[in-house]
Structures are given as C-alpha cells and as structure tokens.
Ligand binder design. Structure first.
Ligand code: PLP
Length: 651
C-alpha cells in the first residue's frame, strides 16, 4: 500500500529541496514559503502574496521579485572570498562588479547597489546605454566601473570624460583596434582612466557557452596581440594606466575544474606581464559562476558541482599559488558574476487554465459484432488487461490504433466509430499505466512508462508567454524549475506538458528538471475548482532583457516584496504589466487612430443590429485597449459578466 502523501514528497518531486534549498520550503498546508537567506527565521507565504495582490486587481501572470535574495547572494559572495583570503593568507581584496547585461532593470540595479554599497560593489557595462546609466548612478568612488564590449570612439571618449569625475573607470581593450582609439581619446580629453586588456584564453569554460573561451572566442586579444597592445601603449607613454587584465570564458560553467584551468592560465599571463613591467593591479576573472537549476549538484549543463565557497576557494588559492611561485604580489581579484547574483531573486506565478475533462466512462462503451476489428480488439484489451499481461496488451493496443487510423483514412469507418476506438485506446493506456506504476523493476519498463505517460499527458494551457517570461527556454533549451505554489500536501496525480498563450508550437514546455536528468511531463494536481498556480523559478538572470513580445504578449505585472518577521511581508513596489494599447504602440499602431476608425464604423452603421450594439461595442473596444494583455481568467470573470448582463437587462 502506498504511504500517505506528505509535503516532503512534493518538495522532493519538484526538487524544491534541492535547487531551492537555501530559500524555499513549504508549510504544513502545502503552501510554498520563501525566506531571505538560508539562515533566516523569517519567511513569506507565496500563495498569500499572490492572493492578496489579486484582490487588489493585480492579476497573474505576475513576476515576484525579492530584493533580499540579491542582497544575500552579494553578501555570500563577499564573505566566501573574505574567508578564502584569510584561510590562504591572500593579500589582495575582492572587488566585485555586476555585469549589467544580466539584468538592467532600474529597480534591480538600485537594489544591487544598495546591498553592495558596504563592499564597494561596482558595475560592468558593455554598450552605450549601459554606460550612460552606470555613469549617472550613485556609487562611491572606490567601486569600479568597467567598460567592456566593442566600442566606437564616442564611447571611449565618453568613458574618458566620465573618469574625470569618477576615479574608478577601467576601459577594457576588447580588440586591438581599440588601442589606438584609446590612445587618441586619452590624449584629447587629458583624462587618466585605467586601462584593462581582455585576454583570449586557450582554456574553454565548457557547457552551452564554451565558445566564449578558446582561440576562436569573439572577444579578447590573443597573446601576440596583447604584447603588441602593450608596445603601442608604452610608445604613447600610457603604460602606467594599464592596471587590469580580464577574461571571461563563458556563462554557467558547470565544472569547477574548468574554472580552475582558466584561472591558472590567466594568473600565469598576469605574472608574465608584471615581469614585463606592466603595472597591473587587478586580475578580473569574469563571470561564469553557475546556478544549480536542476538541483543535481553535478557538472550537467543545468547544474554546478561547486558552491560560492568552493568557487572563491578555487579562484583565491590558484592565484595565490601561482603568484607566490613567480614572486609576484597578489592582485586584487575582480569577479563579474552576474547569473549567480540575480537568478534567485525573481519568480513568475502563472495560472493553469483548467481544462474541462471529457467524462466518458470507457466501461460504458458498447461494441457491436459488426464493428471493425481494431475496435473489437481494443475493447478486448480493455476487458482483459491485468498485472501479468499489461505490456503485451499495451503494445497490441498501439497496433490496433494504427489500424484504426488507416481504416478511417481509407473511408472504411465513420467518425463515431473512430471516436469509440480512440476512447478505448486511452482507456487501455490508463490501465497499463496503473500496472506499470506497481511494477517492482521500474528500470525494465522505463521506455514504455515514459511513452505511456506522454500519450496520456495533458497539454495544460498556462496564462503566460514562454517567449516573454522564460525566453531562454525557447532560445537555448535552458530549463527552469517549475512547481505549484500550493497544494503541495496533496499527491499530484496528473501529468502533462505546459503550453503558453502564443500561437506558436514552440511555446511549449516539454522538458522538466528531474533528479535523474530530465523528464518529459510534469506532475500536476487534479482541478478542484479553485485557481491553480504554478511558479517558474530562478528567472532573475538574463530573462528580463531577453524577453520578447511574440503575439504582443508583453511585460507581466511585477511586485517587489520584502520579508519581515513572523511571516509578515510587504509589497514595496508594483509595476503594472503591459496593456494591449502599450503593445500596439510598440509596433507603431496608434490607439487613437484605431479608436477613431472603429467609431467611424459605428457612426456609419445602418443595420438595426449594428446600431443597437454600437455603444456597447465602443465601450468594450476601449476597455480591451487599456486592459492587461494576458487572459482574464477565473470564476470572477463569469460572475462579473452575469451581473453586467443583468444590469443591462438582457439576461
Ligand atoms: C556576460 C558576462 C558576464 C556575466 O556572466 P555570468 O555567467 O552571468 O556570471 C561577466 N563578464 C562579461 C564580460 C560578460 O560578457
């Protein structure tokens, strides 16, 4: 007999106790809890937040941001490096910067700098708008502003000028041509910015971003080019400005060995350049610190086999040993970790739009003697399938279904017969699944089990856009943890994939994280008449800016939430999501013009039915323009519509 389902079983099933270990748990009632750090006593009830916002008219899909989680990540990174510094007797300090391309949302950046102020946390920019925002930001003069990416003369000049007010600008040479532009701009502006050199390492980071490292990398100078750049700067008497070398061998580096390999090569290059009298002071180890999205703590591409402490230890220890061997002073270490800092802080809550189940009892399906053979055989399978023959019957059923479809296409059976056949086929599969689940040797039937789950799996419609809220799921097959935010005390007895609102078959989540790799369907709860919410987690890195507006589904509602004591929480800011009008304007449609055209249509109408409905049509058209772009779901909608019709007198 199966044991009673417990909340812990859900935490295990959805991996919440693995990928969400530090920040997520659940209460006895099966509702998801979030806390600001792994040691914090305070927490917030996510379902409670969603309900409360809904009551105030802030609908799902809803992006929840928890700035305290950003603060925790920043603090942890800093403490990990501090500890490593003490443990290994390292002489340089940590000078972390936030790579702005990971998340440029103003509020997020402000939260990062509030939390990072005490650690002189800085910023890294890679384009003109990022530079403009960073220069105008309030930051102390000890924190760094690093300029990466491909640059034109205007960008370089602006950065030079900014350095006259802010003493901490580092201009990084990403391509050899930039050297001459930097020499020219420094001469013209009389500024003294620091100069960095991005190195192209031979070492690769591995995983999805392996191409960011290695000889064929997009950015950086090869070793001969570095020597050439140094030569040119020396000639221009600008060698004293060269303070930093930098590299970045890719994001989400899963294996700590790859990280160590990169650092070893970079530290060797650092020492060699110091020996050539380049007055370096900073070694920038780039980003790449990964996030354990699937909770396996492994070197799989969705995971990492290290934590922040191990990362800090690997970096610090490797640089120290190499510098000590070469008799070179320890550099200050710059990290540009982005993903690992912001990924945890945001989650999307979206509603699953309940399907109305087709309730036909297969036992009631009548089969006649003159029915075609496949239907008769399917009925027989349904009646005789049992714990001993279920595999055979299941395989036979697959064949009978093939035959059924061929006969239909040949015009030999009618639509009603086909329908009965299909119902019987699914009924056989359901019984087979039941027996498969009871099988002791699950590994023997792994393939069949996975297939039958797929056949029986539902396609659940989610009120969200995959392209807007989880763009990496589409673009690079990145997986994010997904789990219900309530009902975790109940066993989820259904399975299915998740389809989004866009009219694009790519808008489907059909691979899910799992302890043993990935799975094709997600376990979900049977509808109970209440709204059912799923959370999409760890969305805080890259998803905000890569979001796109397929089908004109734009930004979702957002709420910033701070946790206080005793389960108390506070919404500190709400950002309204996109209206249909916003999205149309985005594509150059003027809502005024649309409104006027439709008004003209109504004014010109002659048909009695058109005349009668004209006012109502205009009112609804206007309301739709200014409404949230996502679906207005839930029982409230039906109730409101009834009340409206009653008020209008046409019940
Ligand atoms: C993207 C990027 C980063 C951030 O990488 P993460 O993997 O998110 O830590 C850091 N530095 C540079 C130069 C980058 O391009």
């Amino acid at each position: 007999m199966a044991e009673l389902w417990k909340v812990e079983d859900s935490l295990d099933l959805y991996g919440i106790n693995r990928w969400g270990r530090d920040y997520f748990s659940a209460n006895r009632k099966g509702q998801l809890l979030i806390r600001p750090s792994s040691t914090a006593q305070n927490f917030a009830n996510v379902k409670e937040i969603v309900d409360s916002l809904r009551d105030q008219g802030i609908q799902t899909p809803l992006l929840l941001r928890f700035p305290q989680l950003i603060a925790d990540r920043i603090q942890r990174q800093y403490l990990a490096f501090e500890k490593a510094r003490k443990d290994y007797g390292y002489k340089g300090r940590l000078r972390a910067v936030f790579p702005m391309k990971v998340n440029q949302e103003k509020e997020v950046i402000e939260d990062i700098f509030e939390a990072g102020a005490e650690y002189d946390y800085g910023i890294e920019v890679g384009s003109t708008p990022e530079l403009l925002a960073a220069v105008a930001m309030k930051q102390n003069n000890r924190s760094l502003l690093i300029c990466n990416g491909f640059k034109d003369y205007e960008f370089i000049e602006l950065a030079c000028l900014a350095s006259l007010w802010r003493k901490n600008v580092i201009l990084v040479i990403d391509k050899l041509d930039e050297v001459d532009m930097i020499i020219e701009a420094v001469g013209a502006t009389k500024a003294r910015p620091m100069i960095g050199i991005r190195m192209k390492l031979y070492t690769r980071g591995g995983g999805k971003w392996a191409e960011s490292g290695g000889e064929r990398a997009k950015f950086g100078l090869s070793v001969p080019a570095i020597l050439e750049a140094v030569e040119r700067l020396k000639k221009a008497k600008m060698l004293p400005l060269v303070k930093m070398v930098h590299y970045h061998i890719g994001s989400q580096i899963s294996d700590v060995k790859k990280i160590t390999n990169g650092i070893r090569e970079a530290a060797r290059l650092y020492c060699e350049l110091v020996k050539l009298r380049v007055p370096l002071r900073y070694l920038d180890v780039g980003g790449g610190m990964g996030v354990d999205y699937d909770g396996t703590q492994s070197s799989s591409s969705m995971s990492v086999n290290y934590d922040m402490t191990e990362y800090a230890n690997a970096v610090t220890y490797t640089i120290k040993t190499i510098c000590d061997d070469e008799g070179v002073a320890h550099p200050e270490i710059i990290t540009e970790a982005g993903r690992a800092i912001t990924a945890y802080h945001s989650m999307l809550v979206a509603e699953l739009i309940q399907k109305s189940p087709l309730s036909i009892d297969p036992a009631e399906i009548r089969v006649r003697d003159d029915d075609p053979l496949p239907v008769i055989e399917l009925k027989e399978s349904f009646d005789t399938i049992g714990p001993r023959n279920y595999l055979e019957e299941y395989h036979d059923a697959m064949t009978h279904r093939e035959d059924l479809m061929s006969l239909f296409n040949l015009g030999q059976i009618d639509i009603e017969t086909r329908a009965r056949g299909e119902l019987l086929f699914r009924a056989v599969c359901r019984k087979a699944l039941k027996f498969m689940k009871r099988e002791e040797k699950q590994e023997d039937i792994e393939e069949e089990l996975s297939d039958v789950k797929k056949i029986l799996g539902h396609k659940y419609v989610m009120n969200y856009s995959l392209f807007q809220s989880t763009p990496d799921l589409w673009g690079i097959n990145q997986l994010f943890p997904i789990a219900p935010i309530h009902r975790l005390e109940e066993e989820p007895k259904e399975t299915g994939t998740l389809v989004d609102l866009t009219c694009d078959s790519d808008g489907e989540v059909k691979e899910f994280i799992d302890y043993r790799g990935t799975k094709d369907v997600l376990e979900l709860h049977h509808p109970n008449g209440e709204p059912y919410y799923l959370g999409f987690f760890l969305l805080g890195a890259y998803q905000d800016v890569l979001a796109n507006t397929h089908n004109l589904y734009g930004p979702t509602n957002e709420a910033f939430v701070t946790m206080a004591r005793d389960g108390e929480w506070k919404v500190t800011k709400i950002v309204r999501g996109s209206t249909s009008q916003d999205m149309l304007e985005h594509m150059n449609w003027q809502p005024r013009d649309l409104m006027q055209t439709v008004e003209k249509l109504v004014v010109d109408s002659k048909e009695p039915a058109q005349v009668a409905a004209g006012k109502d049509f205009l009112r609804r058209f206007r309301r739709a323009l200014t409404g949230y772009v996502y679906l207005h779901t839930g029982s409230n909608g039906a109730k409101r519509r009834r009340a409206e019709r009653k008020a209008a007198g046409n019940v």
